[in-house]
Structure formats: structure tokens, C-alpha cells
Ligand binder design. Sequence first.
Ligand SMILES: [Zn+2]
Length: 94
Amino acid sequence: MKNEVKVGGTTYTVEIVDDLAGSDDCFGAIQYKKSLIQLDSNLEEQMHNKTFIHELTHALFVEAGYNDHEEDMANRVGLVLYQLLKENDFSFIR
Ligand SMILES: [Zn+2]
């Protein structure tokens, strides 16, 4: 996976971190002020990708001006976005 992703006008760095936040249920995090997405190094591939898309969804909302969006909204939209990206070929857009 590339270690950068461009969202709106911002380039986010994607970092793989051992034992992120020292918690079993913290799979990923986003730090808007640092334009940084962090993913736990122990995630298997599918969970790694789903978590990346979830954090990316947070970035999408913030870059669109929805700074105060709900976690539930990021969960729901992130799951649909993950499915959309996984099961369709968007290479025609490039
Ligand atoms: Zn979240």
C-alpha cells in the first residue's frame, strides 16, 4: 500500500504502528492536524483495508467541511465505500 493518500487538497501520510494506542480495540486513528492516518500493524489484510477506508472516510468528511461528523456516520459510509472500492473497477476514471 502507498504510504500517502490525497484527499481534497491534503496529502495524508499513512503509518503502520505497533500496538496502536496500546489497546486491543484500537485498529486505526487519524490525526487531522498532522494529516496522518495510523493503522495497527497486527491487523490481517481485510481488517487492515477496512480500517484504512474507515480512517479515509473521516478524512473525506473533514476535507468536505464536516469536521464534527459522528463516528457512526464514518462507520456506515466507510463500510459502503469499502465494498464499493473492493468490488468495482474504477481504473476507467484515470
Ligand atoms: Zn472512526
